[in-house]
Design a protein around this ligand. Structure first.
Ligand code: NAD
Length: 362
């Protein structure tokens, strides 16, 4: 064995950096965070400590004590169990929605009607009807909107996109993207269709981001309960493989697993007539332990270890966008297109046939 991977920097408490990211914004954007679970807490910490163009004003979560405790930790002056209190506060100019997915569409509608700029975690909704309701509200109110596809703000993914955009890879013919979570230890918390709507939706977005403008037209998916077969009857699919075909004939694959024993794994590849780019061979700290058994190097365990900087960068961009200092990125159109692919994949598993994207968009 020449190289083996140690069990990683195992589930450690979130270690928040205290450095800030420079931006040229004069007046910080006042933020409210809706939903203070894993993701909401991380976004709140970034808004309070690392996103220079932002000020964390308040937090909302229906669970007693949660918003208050986070407000204390991050120095926010408002906390509430009802997010309407944030929406009615003029100091809250923008919201980060990090509640569970089935709340996203209605929260987006309420925030848009209150005139707030909206950063919404993925997915925009669990159904196309809900997504379109949210998009209609955002469009009607004319408020800034950004969806939380943070891979687009990761330096590696951005670099691959630059190679595509500058023609360095030639005509794009093949793409691939994969996501593997480290541990499926709470199956009861996994919602139906999550492997497509919550996990592979990132990969579907990447497969659009790196395709040089081509759009998928056909989706063929298989999914099963290979990690926890006993949960198959309860509708939990933990492993999936998907094939996509694009307008220009390009082909792509995406796959996902809810349990990779070696830790969190995200990779992508884009292959064209002039070359290939791959992203995601992440390693941990530069420490390598050499012994009789070989070399051991730690690797990231969880998604925050991999995308820590991308989560900051997406909010820096959003704050700049709210102030009119940056272009829209991760738009409602991107949110909807990835959702359509996720829904097409779920339908393909049910029907055991390829699904035309146009059949899902209606
Ligand atoms: N971009 C990413 O990489 C990434 C990673 C993880 C999670 N997410 C997304 O973030 C969202 C939240 O995921 P999580 O893992 O933090 O979930 P979580 O269960 O840890 O937290 C959700 C929180 O929302 C609260 N909540 C429930 N209903 C609410 C409501 N109506 N208003 C306000 N708060 C409400 C819950 O009490 C809970 O504290 C999901 O959409 C998920 O897909 C994105």
């Amino acid at each position: 064995v020449y190289l083996s991977y140690d069990r990683p920097i195992a589930a450690q408490p979130l270690a928040f950096h205290t450095s800030t990211v420079n931006s040229s914004l004069e007046r910080p954007v006042g933020f409210g965070v809706i939903g203070v679970g894993l993701m909401g807490e991380f976004h709140a910490a970034n808004l309070a400590r690392r996103v220079d163009g932002a000020q964390l004003v308040g937090l909302a979560d229906p669970q007693p004590g949660l918003a208050e405790a986070a407000a204390g930790r991050f120095g926010a002056r408002l906390w509430t169990r009802d997010y309407q209190d944030l929406l009615s506060n003029p100091d809250v100019e923008a919201v980060v929605i990090a509640a569970p997915a089935h709340h996203h569409a209605s929260t987006v509608v309420a925030a848009a009607q209150a005139g707030k700029a909206i950063f919404c975690e993925k997915p925009l909704a669990n159904t196309l009807a809900d997504a379109d309701r949210a998009i209609e509200a955002v469009t009607h109110a004319g408020v800034p909107f950004q969806i939380g596809f943070q891979r687009r703000f990761d330096a590696g993914f951005r670099g691959a996109r630059a190679l595509v955009d500058t023609g360095k890879l030639g005509e794009i013919q093949l793409l691939r993207s994969l996501t593997r979570d480290p541990l499926l230890d709470e199956p009861e918390r996994v919602t139906a269709g999550a492997i497509f709507l919550e996990t592979l939706i990132h990969d579907f977005d990447v497969l659009r981001f790196l395709a040089g403008g081509a759009e998928p037209v056909e989706v063929y998916a298989h999914a099963d309960a290979l990690i926890l077969p006993d949960w198959r009857s309860r509708g939990l699919l933990d492993t999936a493989a998907v094939m996509l075909r694009y307008t220009n004939g390009a082909l792509a694959t995406a796959d996902a697993s809810f349990q990779a024993v070696y830790g969190y794994d995200v990779r992508a590849e884009v292959f064209g007539t002039l070359g290939m780019a791959n992203v995601g061979d992440v390693v941990g700290p530069s420490l390598v332990h050499h012994s009789r058994a070989g070399m051991t190097r730690s690797r990231p365990h969880w998604f925050i270890d991999v995308f820590r900087e991308a989560y900051v960068a997406e909010l820096v961009h959003f704050a700049a966008f709210v102030r009119g200092n940056a272009e829209a990125d991760n738009t409602v159109g991107d949110a909807r297109a990835a959702l359509v692919l996720a829904l097409a994949a779920a339908r393909s598993v049910q029907t055991r046939r390829p699904v035309q994207v146009s059949d899902v968009t209606g």
